[in-house]
Design a protein around this ligand. Structure first.
Ligand code: NAP
Length: 257
């Protein structure tokens, strides 16, 4: 158990990738705070159709301790409370996974300004807030870790005029804060997932999904547990000398670029 008794916060942990990370951490002995706008898992039209149990229930089935905290990562007071309540319950924080993120499809002409602001608020400001309030506790840990979930869309156009820029921003925010906290031993890394089977893909058509499948170098889409395994590695002692990186976990999607 490589994360035995570590305390982890996973934002957006009720569903999809965050849930996959929460369960992977619990399987390695971590105590997991699931911080999300809703406790019930999101059920998609293509993926996660049958997921019904709250993530914390699954964490506890794995023999670990968990806690759900209703949190909107774009809300400063919520994020401050998320950190305070975690410290009250578990005595500190070792790992922060800033995973909550949304994708709103559209181009410069169809996206409204308020939609643009909302995506930036969750995908980028939310990560800043998580780090701002958790770092004073992470620096007290023997193995402080921050893992930010970006995307392969960080590295090029095609993800839309708000999603792609927020994810590029997450990568550079990760590098910047890695430099800020390096001397304290806290590592800060990003994972850049490729196509992962979650309810977030509901906006795609079946044709778009088939087109993506045909272009996958490894012959399957990713699953939340694929990101969970990478997050376990970055959170573990084995990754203590890795910081400031953006790790694609994408089945080879970026390889042709
Ligand atoms: P998902 O299935 O939609 O799950 C995201 C979870 O975050 C949901 O439970 C969602 O709640 C919650 N959430 C949304 N807004 C929030 C907020 N303001 N505060 C706290 N929680 C919030 O998405 P996913 O596919 O797992 O994506 C997770 C992360 O991976 C995102 O940052 C996404 O950009 C990134 N990513 C995903 C893929 C992919 O292929 N799936 C690829 C690259 C990167 P609601 O259901 O109520 O919205």
């Amino acid at each position: 158990m490589v994360l035995k008794d570590r305390v982890a916060i996973v934002t957006g942990g009720s569903s999809g990738i965050g849930r996959g990370v929460a369960l992977a951490f619990a399987g390695e002995g971590a105590r997991v705070v699931v911080a999300d706008v809703q406790e019930a898992p999101k059920r998609g039209k293509y993926y996660e159709v049958d997921v019904t149990t709250p993530a914390v229930e699954e964490v506890e089935k794995l023999g670990s301790k968990g806690m759900f905290l209703k949190t909107d990562v774009a809300d400063e007071a919520d994020v401050r409370r998320m950190v305070e309540r975690t410290v009250e319950r578990f005595g500190g924080i070792d790992i922060l996974v800033n995973n909550a993120g949304i994708h709103v499809p559209g181009d410069t002409q169809t996206l409204s300004v308020s939609e643009w602001d909302r995506v930036v608020g969750i995908n980028l400001r939310g990560i800043f807030l998580g780090m701002k309030f958790a770092i004073p506790h992470l620096t007290k840990s023997q193995a402080g870790r921050i893992i930010n979930i970006a995307s392969v869309h960080a590295f090029g156009g095609g993800g839309g005029p708000v999603y792609a820029p927020t994810k590029a921003g997450v990568v550079n925010l990760t590098r910047d804060v890695a430099l800020e906290v390096g001397a304290s031993g806290v590592t800060v890394n990003a994972i850049c997932p490729g196509y992962i089977e979650t309810a977030a893909q509901d906006y795609l058509t079946r044709e778009q999904i088939e087109d993506a499948r045909e272009r996958m170098p490894l012959p399957r889409f990713g699953l939340p547990r694929d990101i969970g395994r990478a997050a376990v590695f970055l959170a573990s002692d084995d990754a203590e000398w890795i910081t400031g990186v953006a790790l694609p976990v994408d089945g080879g999607w970026l390889a042709p670029l």
